[in-house]
Write a protein that binds this ligand. Structure first.
Ligand SMILES: NC(=O)c1ccc[n+]([C@@H]2O[C@H](COP(=O)([O-])OP(=O)(O)OC[C@H]3O[C@@H](n4cnc5c(N)ncnc54)[C@H](OP(=O)(O)O)[C@@H]3O)[C@@H](O)[C@H]2O)c1
Length: 303
């Protein structure tokens, strides 16, 4: 397939570029950066605020994947930063759809990154794709992103919004931040630890994206999480065991609220998400449980 990928230089994107290339697909990356584009594929500089010459890259592509957007954990959630988080996503979707409108030969598939934050927090509910949205900031961002997709969808374009869980792998995302205190023998959970933690190994997420590209039965919202979510306390206990470090310390919620402001909601509250659509088609997860995932990521490979 010919695939256009926005957000290719990020934590998920970089790994996806490699994997799509290895599978024989032709990937073109859209990036805002002249310096970060040392990717093993063609890179084109774009600016999502206008449809410029970059839009020619869309001609004749089979699929568009949009992972671009301001990182939600990059800065404190001031009003300005919240606007940036939302608008960077809406703008990239809009720009890609405007460019598709102009293309003579249009793509057939559009995959958009959304997140499990769509559902809002809950301590007891199990969320599948059939559940409605929450009411907090992250949920409102995911709702707007998915609404934009529905509004822009035209003709027989197959659109998939991946509601991605916390992606685990070395070298980026949440895991290095969570495991850092463990390496200093200061590991433990955040808040009261009873919040649900719906995670996914990056390799499984990449596999799911391949599957969505190749499988026309998947459309609309798809939960991209491992089938066995855990509470944060259980996750941290397992992390400590895998790292052979104690998990004893705990950072109380009020401290996180002072340190992180509204962003503390991201770690203090969670949701228990089931990847129902993927389980229904018996998607073969490589890492359904977090111990296997953490061991694969953190244990050094044997010589
Ligand atoms: N990682 C996770 O655990 C996780 C969980 C749930 C959902 N997601 C979602 O999945 C997507 C990809 O995640 P990721 O972890 O790979 O993110 P990431 O590492 O932050 O990368 C996102 C990419 O988006 C582009 N970008 C950053 N700020 C932007 C802005 N203001 N406007 C336009 N583009 C911008 C950047 O590419 P260039 O600089 O090359 O343009 C960057 O490489 C995001 O939408 C994220 O919210 C991730």
């Amino acid at each position: 397939m010919k695939i256009l990928l926005a957000g290719a230089t990020g934590f998920i994107g970089k790994s996806l570029v490699h994997s799509l290339g290895e599978a024989g697909h032709h990937v073109t990356a859209l990036t805002r950066s002249k310096t970060k584009n040392n990717l093993p594929c063609v890179s084109i500089i774009w600016d999502a605020s206008s449809v410029g010459t970059w839009s020619k890259a869309l001609e004749g592509t089979d699929a568009v994947i949009n992972l671009a957007g301001e990182n939600i954990a990059r800065r404190r959630w001031t009003r300005r930063q919240k606007k940036r988080i939302l608008e960077s996503r809406l703008q990239t979707i809009q720009a890609l759809f405007d460019a598709m409108d102009r293309a003579r030969q249009k793509p057939k598939i559009f995959i958009q990154a959304s997140a499990i934050g769509y559902y809002g927090p809950s301590t007891d509910q199990v969320f599948t794709e059939d559940n409605g949205p929450g009411t907090d900031f992250l949920s409102s961002v995911c709702q707007r992103v998915e609404h934009e997709l529905v509004q822009a969808k035209d003709g027989d374009l197959r659109c998939v919004a991946l509601r991605i869980g916390v992606v685990l792998e070395k070298g980026g995302g949440a895991l290095p931040k969570i495991s850092f205190p463990f390496r200093l023998l200061m590991g433990g959970h955040l808040g009261n630890g009873s919040q649900w933690f719906s995670w996914i190994h990056r390799q499984d997420l990449i596999g799911i994206i391949h599957h969505v590209l190749e499988n026309s039965s998947l459309h609309g919202a798809v939960n991209a999480t491992a089938p066995e979510p855990v509470t944060l306390k259980e996750f941290c206990r397992t992390l400590g065991e895998v790292l052979h470090r104690p998990s004893w310390a705990h950072v109380p919620g009020f401290v996180l609220k002072i340190l992180l402001g509204e962003m503390s909601e991201m770690v203090l509250y969670g949701q228990r998400v089931s990847p129902k659509k993927l389980l229904d088609i018996q998607y073969p997860f490589l890492y359904p449980n977090c111990r296997d995932a953490l061991e694969a990521i953190l244990r050094p490979a044997s010589p």
